[in-house]
Write a protein that binds this ligand. Structure first.
Ligand code: HSE
Length: 441
């Protein structure tokens, strides 16, 4: 009988327990189609007694994940502990150094140490597979590594954080504030107690850093991304976006430009008619532009026990099939340095929302700031602010605050930043301008 592929699974949270359930459910069927059956041989987790909905009878237990990673009997170390350093890193290094294949869902670890770990994997002729680290259940990495590999990729982008997409979707659908929906997302378990990592754009940044390396054959450079979160998006922006025919999404975008790789995570206005405008709630998407295939869009669950466990299992299946590839598609020795294009060189249209005192010369002063920087306006709308409407107790005549919404023609980020700095110094401008990039998809 063929020897089974023995797994050592470290971390039995939602994804780890999901993986064990998946193997229990589909192990026999998979054994019928793979060269070797897959067997959970050993596990390591914080608590031994927790009910994980699956029997651990006959499965060896390790308190120390590093000891599990180095165990002579396992073939594959599955790292589902999380964290960019600490036990996850020590265990993955130990596994690779001991000639074990590694499958991980740990985007933070790979964003920080991906190249060094890939080098170790290549030296030891083992796999370091991380399908589950990018957009959960969406097979983004396998698509780049396999079906899309014949293409030169010019751009990779997507909605890479379910928490942010959920918050923005509910803000739009129910007319609620960011703070209110964030609280709900925390209650529902979508957002962490400290939501900074998600809403600040950092989680999406890690995923984008990995996809950038895979798409363009460059070293992983998570610190070379421009990252903004969704914390500053207001109901007024969401309403204005709807009126202008846009929807606001937190996007991760990496593209080749003449001056380097422009990689950025930020809220963006996208046309309501674009396919990804329909990607709502916690759903994620990954899009690729290839020179032969053209555009490709993958949509699916970016998180959750089932989808993420299936992504982990798909990596284990590759090992069972004997497929060992360079972790970042391009062998480490041939990865190019990441040449970053400066964000001020970004070209695109912009949305701007200003709170302005409705007085003579206010609009002329704003328009001059834009004109001085060569920024051409596509549309301008001025409206009295709600708090200054009749019945609000506020004067609604000249001098009351008004909201000005402007959309520019295509320009550069540098020009917009200079124009905004000049606008901020106008006395009649009552608050810091809100600026959101408009993304052509
Ligand atoms: N916290 C992430 C999200 C899932 O909200 O999409 C894991 O990366």
């Amino acid at each position: 009988m063929t020897a089974s592929l023995k797994l050592g699974v470290a971390g039995l949270g939602t994804v780890g327990a999901g993986l064990l359930q998946l193997i229990e459910t589909h192990g026999e069927r998979l054994a019928g189609v793979l060269p070797r059956p897959i067997e959970v041989d050993a596990v390591s987790a914080r608590s031994r007694d927790k009910d994980r909905g699956v029997s651990l009878q006959g499965v060896r237990w390790f308190d120390d994940p590093v000891a599990l990673a180095s165990d002579a009997d396992i073939d594959v170390f599955v790292e589902l502990i999380g964290g960019e350093d600490g036990p996850a890193k020590a265990a993955v290094e130990a596994a690779l150094a001991n000639g074990k294949h590694v499958v991980t869902a740990n985007k933070a670890l790979l964003a920080k140490h991906g190249v060094a770990l890939a080098r170790l994997a290549e030296e030891n002729k083992v796999s370091l597979n991380f399908e589950a680290a990018v957009a959960g259940g969406i097979p983004a990495i396998k698509t780049m590594r396999e079906a899309f590999l014949p293409n030169a990729v010019s751009r990779v982008y997507g909605i890479l954080n379910g928490t942010c997409n959920y918050i923005l979707t509910v803000m739009e659908d129910e007319g609620r504030t960011f703070e209110d929906v964030l609280r709900e997302a925390q209650d529902l378990g979508y957002a962490e107690a400290d939501p900074t990592f998600d809403v600040g754009g950092f989680d999406a940044g890690h995923k984008l850093a990995l996809m950038t390396s895979l798409a363009f054959g460059t070293e992983v450079a998570a610190d070379q991304l421009h990252v903004e979160g969704i914390e500053s998006i207001t109901k007024a922006d969401i309403e204005a976006a709807c009126e202008l025919g846009y929807r606001i999404k937190l996007l991760g975008v990496a593209m080749l430009t003449p001056s380097g790789i422009e990689a950025r995570v930020h809220p963006a206005m996208i046309s309501q008619h674009s396919a990804i405008a329909e990607v709502s709630g916690v759903t994620n998407c990954v899009a690729l532009d290839g020179d032969f295939t053209g555009p490709l869009l993958l949509v699916g669950a970016g998180a959750g026990g089932g989808p993420t466990a299936a992504a982990v299992a798909s990596d284990i299946i590759d090992v069972a099939r004997g497929i060992v590839l360079p972790p970042f598609i391009t062998p480490v020795a041939r990865l190019k340095p990441h040449h970053r294009a400066r964000i001020d060189e970004h070209c695109g249209a912009y949305y701007m929302r200003l709170s302005v005192l409705d007085e003579p010369g206010a609009m002329a002063a704003i328009a001059k700031c834009m004109g001085d920087q060569g920024v051409s306006l596509e549309s301008v709308v001025q409206r009295r602010e709600k708090k200054a409407l009749p019945g609000s107790g506020m004067p609604h005549s000249e001098g009351a605050p008004a909201t000005v919404i402007m959309v520019t023609h295509e320009t550069t980020e540098d020009a917009i930043r200079r124009a905004v700095a000049a606008i901020e110094s106008i006395e009649k401008v009552a608050a810091k301008p809100q600026v959101i990039r408009i993304e052509k998809l």
